[in-house]
Design a protein around this ligand. Structure first.
Ligand code: GDP
Length: 393
């Protein structure tokens, strides 16, 4: 039926660490279906989602962060996401965690032996020594946890809300940023009835644009809904762009609105038009945030605007591409819990509790660090993680 290349990987030199035979055949669905039917008739079983990665994990070929990186790599939408996932796949996160864990283990050992040999409580000098080592470890964990601000942005993307009066060109700007005709543009004020959302990649960060309806006070039911949605959009946005047009002076309503909202950037649109009010509007806007002049219609200033959006998002999150970046919420949660336990251990001693209680908290912190790489995890959670993988991975 077909000619195939058969590759035999002898244990432990395969991806899963087991004996593995790979069949490479010609890709026709008919050939593949027939081959599978034959293999199953000889007793083979079809793999569950993520089963190869799970087996590799159980056979210690990968730790959990590496297995999760495979999932992230497959689902990467931007090249930056892919780069970070590839780094994690090479084991970089685990490598960064190793010295932290080692320091904590040493601290536990030191603490245990101190507690065992002294008859009374630890003396002041010991306590001081313990605190210093503890705060060193907590500092490293905390730096790693902080990188999640940037990691979340790279992994899940940022939300951007455009606010401004009807007809200033929000939909046009939205389209210009997106590069396609997505929102409906009309010359009538207040015709953007809905919030539309679409994702674009700005220097590797997936940015979800939320185009909002106008913020005009209104009795119109449909438009009122739009206004409510605008307020919701602003509440969940990572960056708010205030849009105005060179055509008209800012109204009291706009001034009031921009003052109330956490505006990160101002966009002065319709700069292709000659307007006597241009400078006046620009000055008024500059009291809220840096102003960028654009023409959504002609595409002027859009590249600079994209760059400014990136700068704002990145500086808020402080992305340092050299260090390990936590992109996974599960890892972040474990780091935070480890920190909580370390702080509790310190407080236990300050409050004069017995050393045993502090020790329990130190062990708890160590367990939490182990959760990240999968050394300490219960089966249910492991199954849950691998079940999100595709079949064949
Ligand atoms: P929105 O209500 O704020 O979403 O505004 P729209 O994007 O629907 O634009 C309102 C009107 O302004 C439309 O007729 C657009 O063609 C026009 N418009 C938008 N941007 C520009 C621009 O940069 N220059 C000029 N001359 N007209 C624009």
């Amino acid at each position: 039926m077909d000619e195939a290349l058969v590759t035999y990987f002898q244990a432990p030199h395969s991806f899963t660490g087991e004996d593995v035979v790979e069949l490479s055949c010609h890709g026709s669905p008919v050939v593949l279906a027939e081959l599978l039917r034959l293999l199953v008739s000889f007793g083979a079983e079809l793999a569950q989602p993520g089963e190869f990665s799970l087996r590799a994990f159980l056979n210690h070929r990968l730790d959990l962060t590496q297995a999760e990186a495979i999932h992230d790599l497959i689902h990467a939408q931007t090249s930056f996401q892919a780069q970070l996932a590839a780094r994690q796949l090479r084991g970089e996160l685990s490598k960064q965690m190793q010295p932290i864990k080692q320091a904590l283990i040493e601290l536990i050992v030191w603490f245990e032996s101190s507690v065992e040999f002294v008859e009374d409580d630890l003396d002041a000098l010991d306590l001081q020594h313990f605190r210093e080592r503890l705060s060193g470890i907590a500092g490293q964990i905390s730096r790693l946890a902080e990188s999640y601000r940037a990691g979340r942005l790279i992994h899940s993307g940022a939300k951007l809300a455009l606010i401004g009066r009807p007809n200033v060109g929000k939909s046009s700007l939205f389209n210009a940023l997106l590069g396609i005709d997505r929102a409906i543009v009309t010359p009538l004020p207040g015709t953007t009835r809905d919030t539309l959302a679409e994702t674009l990649s700005i220097n590797g960060i997936p940015v979800r644009l939320i185009d909002t309806a106008g913020l005009r006070e209104t009795d119109d039911v449909i438009e009122k809904l739009g206004v409510e949605r605008t307020l919701t959009a602003v509440a969940e946005a990572d960056l708010v762009l205030a849009i105005a047009s060179v055509e008209s002076t800012l109204s009291d309503e706009e001034l009031d609105l921009f003052k109330k909202m956490p505006v990160g950037l101002c966009v002065l649109n319709k700069c292709d038009l000659t307007s006597a009010r241009h400078v006046e509007v620009q000055t008024a806007l500059s009291q809220y945030a840096p102003v960028l002049s654009v023409s959504a219609l002609m595409g002027q200033g859009i590249v600079a605007l994209r760059q400014a959006i990136y700068q704002r998002l990145v500086s808020a999150a402080q992305i340092n591409t050299e260090d390990a970046i936590i992109t996974n919420e599960r890892h972040y949660a474990a780091l935070e819990q480890a920190l909580t336990s370390l702080r509790a251990a310190e407080q236990d001693l300050t409050r004069g509790f017995t050393e045993e209680i502090a020790l329990t908290n130190l062990h708890q912190a160590l367990r939490q660090l182990g959760v990240i790489t999968g050394e300490t995890l219960i089966g249910d959670i492991i199954n849950q993680i691998f079940s999100t993988f595709c079949i064949g991975k």
